[in-house]
Write a protein that binds this ligand. Structure first.
Ligand SMILES: *[C@@H]1O[C@H](CO)[C@@H](O)[C@H](O)[C@H]1NC(C)=O
Ligand SMILES: *[C@@H]1O[C@H](CO)[C@@H](O)[C@H](O)[C@H]1NC(C)=O
Ligand SMILES: *[C@@H]1O[C@H](CO)[C@@H](O)[C@H](O)[C@H]1NC(C)=O
Ligand SMILES: *[C@@H]1O[C@H](CO)[C@@H](O)[C@H](O)[C@H]1NC(C)=O
Length: 478
């Protein structure tokens, strides 16, 4: 058991766990991952079961959908992929009426699928405060609906696992430039304040859909294309001294400033980019909507999602990102770009080459992802070194983790001396979640790194962060 490889795992794990418990990187550095939006407005899309299976062989481990499609909820059960589900805009008013409406929604649409399906958040509406699709929105209904859903989750003991939030468009801002002086549109500021109170109280994230593409499209003369494309050659200076090399960072910081301007600067409200992407095709005149640009933007976006980088204003705030979108959706209304944000076509072929294997994590043989294509390097075994790790979810219930730990170190056959013995290399930090991570990872590596070997009643999480990229480990690994 104590081969040099397992030793290396242990060493890596110590450092991995160390980053886990460093105050500023808690639950971010070790679990940085890539989310994707899975919209279904197409008549040629593969069945959800197939989508779920294939996503499991990629670095994507969070999927956001736009409804509670039961077929999708079922398909993602026991996959290790977290799901963000949604209340459609048209249902927000109903759920805002009282908690029984919220409970009816939850119990008919969500409860049948959990815990097998890992639902981690409910997005209430989409761009609800700025949409005009469903008539004039009633801003008050939004926060009431969110409160009702949260109350129902509390009553059922699910509020720690399932967070309630709502994705906004950038149009909630009165202005976004310069980033440090951005504010919310005055007519919705009061609603946003109520919303921020809710997010602080419930530990939920502020979601924003941010598209440098549209900013470029509307001002191609003034916006530098590389700046919009997440490049790093342009420098845009904010009057407060922040220097921006790309527009997405500036957009995120504009949202941050607007939040601060309402007096929430001292609260820890995390920002999630719930949608961002670039279309590969458009109508005549959509000159930037090309496959090359889409590949450039989305490759960089995926790299960014996996990095632990913050923004100039908050360098240590890891930004959670959901790429828009998984598929081209041929039945979407609007201009051609709307139907061409996908990484994949309906038939499952790549629209352009974006590597979703763990290449960006470094070190591993690349797998190719594509519907109808077999994964080239199969289920593990022959890989050069560990490219994936299994760790305990930071907020998993301690009781369950203890049971998992007991199983791994007992019937599971893991050698747990390093964590049980006070002088063991992995005894510190002496926390159940840390010890469980050690044991779960050992078990996962022993059994060939199949996703089902990292389920552990929903408490396990496959992470692709390559510890050899972190300072100090390269030497140990070589
Ligand atoms: C909310 O929707 C549910 C399910 O469609 C329905 O039974 C209920 O009557 C609605 N409640 C209100 C207040 O509209
Ligand atoms: C800028 O981007 C290039 C190409 O992606 C990369 O090689 C380089 O390291 C980047 N420079 C900085 C300062 O991030
Ligand atoms: C925020 O925190 C700082 C430092 O702790 C304090 O000086 C400042 O007054 C606080 N601001 C608000 C709005 O609470
Ligand atoms: C703990 O480890 C030390 C050093 O390897 C060893 O001498 C000791 O016997 C171990 N204790 C137990 C309880 O296994």
């Amino acid at each position: 058991m104590v081969t040099s490889t397992t030793k290396l795992f242990s060493l890596i794990l110590i450092l991995l766990l160390h980053t886990f418990f460093t105050p500023f990187s808690f639950s971010s550095s070790a679990v940085s991952a890539v989310g994707v939006n899975y919209g279904t407005l197409g008549n040629n899309l593969p069945p959800p079961k197939k989508v779920a299976q294939l996503l499991q062989s990629t670095l994507i481990n969070k999927v956001k959908i736009y409804d509670t499609n039961p077929e999708i909820l079922e398909a993602f059960s026991n996959t290790g992929i977290d799901l963000i589900i949604a209340v459609e805009n048209s249902r927000v008013a109903n759920i805002s009426t009282d908690t029984s409406a919220a409970d009816q929604w939850l119990s008919t649409r969500v409860l049948p699928f959990i815990p097998a399906t890992s639902v981690v958040a409910i997005a209430v509406g989409n761009e609800y405060l700025t949409t005009t699709d469903d008539g004039v929105p009633n801003p008050d209904a939004l926060v009431r609906a969110m409160r009702n859903l949260h109350a129902v989750l509390v009553a059922r003991g699910l509020d720690r696992k399932i967070k309630v939030t709502t994705p906004h468009s950038m149009a909630v801002l009165a202005s976004s430039f310069p980033p440090s002086s951005a504010t919310f549109a005055p007519n919705i500021a009061e609603t946003i304040s109520a919303l921020l109170d809710f997010l602080v109280d419930t530990g939920s994230r502020f979601m924003v859909n941010a598209y440098p593409y549209f900013a470029y499209r509307d001002n191609p003369e003034t916006v530098n294309l590389q700046y919009a494309l997440l490049g790093n050659t342009t420098r845009v200076r904010d009057p407060k001294g922040y220097v921006y090399t790309n527009m997405l960072d500036a957009q995120i910081d504009a949202v941050r400033s607007a939040i601060n301007s309402l007096g929430y600067g001292n609260q820890t409200i995390k920002i999630t980019v719930s949608e961002s992407g670039w279309p590969s095709k458009g109508d005549v005149g959509d000159i930037a909507a090309t496959k090359d640009n889409a590949r450039t933007y989305n490759s960089r976006l995926i790299q960014r999602a996996q990095s632990n980088k913050g923004t100039p204003m908050r360098p240590r705030d890891n930004i959670e990102i959901f790429v828009f979108s998984l598929f081209n959706e041929n039945k979407k209304k609007g201009g051609a770009t709307e139907r061409n944000f996908g990484l994949f076509d309906g038939d499952g072929s790549k629209v352009y080459d974006v590597d979703l294997s763990c290449e960006f994590c470094g070190g591993t043989a690349t797998t190719s992802f594509g519907f109808g294509l077999k994964e080239t390097n199969g289920g593990g075994g022959a890989r050069a070194g560990p490219s994936v790790w299994c760790v305990a979810k930071p907020h998993a219930e301690e009781k369950v983790l203890q049971a998992v730990l007991d199983f791994c170190c007992g019937p599971g056959g893991v050698d747990c001396r390093e964590i049980y013995n006070e002088s063991g290399d992995c005894f510190e930090p002496n926390k159940v979640v840390a010890h469980a991570s050690y044991a779960m990872n050992s078990y996962y590596q022993m059994h060939g790194r199949n996703y089902w070997n990292c389920d552990f009643k929903g408490t396990g999480l496959v992470t692709f962060t390559d510890p050899s990229r972190q300072a100090g480990i390269t030497a140990l690994a070589s």
